[in-house]
Design a protein around this ligand. Structure first.
Ligand code: ATP
Length: 580
């Protein structure tokens, strides 16, 4: 009785084969049809060879028809195989393109809450590497069927000389299929380990070669330590691969010996039956021609079994990101609020937020301040919906935002995070990302001007690795800020929006934000006292709670308050650093 695990492996292989064929039929039906026809015609050639050789030897000098037929069959075999392989490759290219594009669209639909899940990057990377083996699968079931047809035709052709020989030729399929199934099962266990080691090695390599981290490591003189980590990971991957190759070799040799025994048995049976020289010669020539197809069957079946877990994972991932309507930006929001919100991260010892109340109305500019870990980012993530409160409500225009879909909710916000994207595209494209729809250049220029970043032409390619312009950290931040201006959503959330920008430009950026504040709600996270003057409300957070609230003037008038102490411990007293 087959073990449940083997049953699952084989079932998954059949399901994968069916789904891949159905993909190929939908995406590239012409190439699939052509491939099927070529494989089927090819399957008949070794059997035809047997019949023609026997006829030629028996018929002697008068068998001109058989001679011509045999010449055509033998002459056609090699070019036919070449054309068939090329057709499979062209079909594969089209499927790979489809899977890669499909995956890119699925990745583009990932919501922030899904992106925050720990496994999502692993799933995405594994799906990315699955696109190659997946595009290779569709031709494999056809190959398996072709090999089965080759064996069946060969068996039928030899059957007329001796049925036992025919059956033994058919049975010669079994060892190679079994061996490749076993190899594939071993590989499907080994490859994830190799991939994990490779991923870690690739990450460490990136740290060495990326400009920022590479420079930091070179200055520290610690590059060789990272190289050591890479060497360990690569060595682990190599040993796993080496074990896999050794096992595969043993199984393949065993299968080859068994196949040879079965073919030998078929020939012995022919000789013992005294089927005659013509039959024996025909059977030998036919089986030699068919052997390759039969070996390919094992390989093809093995490929499906190996790729089945990756294909299953890819499909699960793509299906798990349902089609989403395009985001539409909500330009007018009257109010947002965290209403008595508490939140604790899974596995954390203490809540990150406790009974937090924060409110902002249209036209207001408020700030969240507090030491590292006070809960500012958590509050923002709860507001935009990347996290859901354990207690309390998030209100947008007085209504519980929990009722909105994530896409609807995100449409209310323009969010500039501390780790904003440095998108190394043309400047035009990097700014245009601020809006989900196409925007004219004029709007892009206005947004850049509002972020005080109008000195670069829109066609500028950003990023030196693309032969483009390298820009400073402050300029990158201005480009990111320009995206928020372009987006112009009803609520702007700016987490340290000027951290990389010089003091003079910072004053200009904030003056512009204050000038245009009336059309929106602005929430700023800031550690700089100079940016807090003129805020309509400052929420001072500590250990997950709002411990003080008021305007800048209110807060500095309480010298023992958390706000005053916060800036004093940073060596920056608000009174001293405020612009006069
Ligand atoms: N993903 C997470 N899992 C578990 N705990 C977290 C996670 N993110 C934050 N925390 C914890 O929640 C608390 C609040 O963190 P939060 O990032 O909101 O602080 P913050 O005020 O934004 O800090 P910073 O100024 O450093 O950005 C901290 O104790 C932090 O360690």
């Amino acid at each position: 009785m087959p073990s449940p695990r083997r049953k699952i492996t084989v079932l998954a292989a059949f399901r994968t084969a069916r789904e891949s064929l159905s993909d190929a039929a939908g995406i590239t039906p012409g190439w699939l049809l052509l491939y099927c026809v070529l494989v089927l015609v090819q399957a008949g050639l070794p059997g035809a060879q047997v019949v023609l050789i026997e006829d030629l030897i028996e018929g002697g000098s008068g068998a001109w028809g058989s001679l011509l037929g045999l010449t055509v069959v033998v002459g056609a075999m090699y070019p036919f195989a070449q054309v068939t392989t090329t057709v499979a490759q062209r079909m594969m290219l089209r499927l790979r393109l489809h899977y890669r594009v499909e995956l890119a669209h699925a990745a583009a639909r990932l919501s922030p809450s899904r992106l925050a899940m720990p496994d999502v990057v692993t799933e995405l990377e594994a799906s990315q590497s699955a696109t190659h083996p997946m595009s290779d699968i569709a031709s494999r079931p056809v190959q398996v069927l072709g090999a089965a047809a080759t064996s069946a035709v060969l068996c039928a052709a030899i059957w007329s000389f001796n049925p036992l020989s025919g059956l033994l030729v058919l049975a010669a399929l079994v060892p190679t299929v079994l061996a490749f199934t076993l190899i594939s099962r071993i590989e499907s266990k080994g490859w994830p380990q190799v991939a994990e080691h490779d991923r870690k090695a690739a990450y460490a390599t990136e740290q060495l070669i990326q400009q920022r981290s590479g420079t930091e490591l070179a200055i520290l003189g610690s590059g060789p330590k990272v190289a050591g980590l890479i060497a360990d990971r690569r060595a682990e991957a190599t040993w796993v691969l080496d074990r896999m190759i050794r096992t595969a070799m043993t199984l393949e040799v065993a299968a080859a010996v068994l196949t040879a025994v079965l073919f030998g048995g078929a020939l012995v049976a022919l000789v013992l039956e005294d089927a005659g020289g013509a039959a024996a010669a025909a059977a030998i020539a036919g089986t030699i021609s068919g052997l390759n197809a039969i070996r390919q069957c094992g390989y093809a079946f093995g490929t499906i079994v190996t790729a089945a877990p990756q294909a299953t994972m890819y499909r699960r991932f793509v299906r798990s990101v349902p089609p989403a309507p395009p985001q539409s930006i909500v330009r007018t929001v009257q109010s947002v609020a965290l209403d008595n919100v508490s939140f604790q991260y899974p596995g954390a010892a203490a809540p990150a937020l406790r009974d937090v109340r924060i409110e902002a109305r249209r036209g207001e500019m408020i700030a969240l301040v507090g030491v590292n870990g006070a809960g500012k980012s958590t509050a923002i993530n709860l507001l935009v919906g990347s996290l859901a409160p354990d207690r309390g409500r998030v209100l947008i225009d007085g209504t519980d935002a929990g009722g909105l879909t994530e896409t609807e909710r995100l449409g209310h916000f323009g969010l500039l995070v501390q780790e904003f994207g440095r998108f190394e595209f043309a400047l035009r494209d990097a700014v245009a990302l601020g809006s989900p729809t196409d925007v004219p250049d004029e709007h892009l220029r206005t947004a850049l001007a509002a972020a005080f970043a109008k000195d670069l032409p829109l066609d500028t390619q950003l990023g030196q690795q693309w032969g483009g312009t390298g820009i400073s950290g402050g300029q990158w931040q201005r480009v990111a800020l320009a995206r928020i201006h372009l987006r112009n959503a009803g609520v702007w959330i700016l987490d340290e929006p000027t951290s990389a920008i010089d003091a003079e430009a910072e004053r200009a950026v904030f003056a512009e934000l204050r000038r245009t504040r009336h059309t929106r709600i602005t929430i700023v996270v800031s550690h700089r006292a100079s940016t807090l003057v003129g805020m309509d409300g400052i929420y001072v957070m500590d250990d997950g709670a709002v411990v003080q609230r008021g305007t800048y003037q209110d807060l500095i008038s309480q010298p023992d308050g958390r706000f005053a102490r916060l800036f004093a411990t940073q060596g920056e007293h608000p009174l001293n650093s405020a612009p006069h």
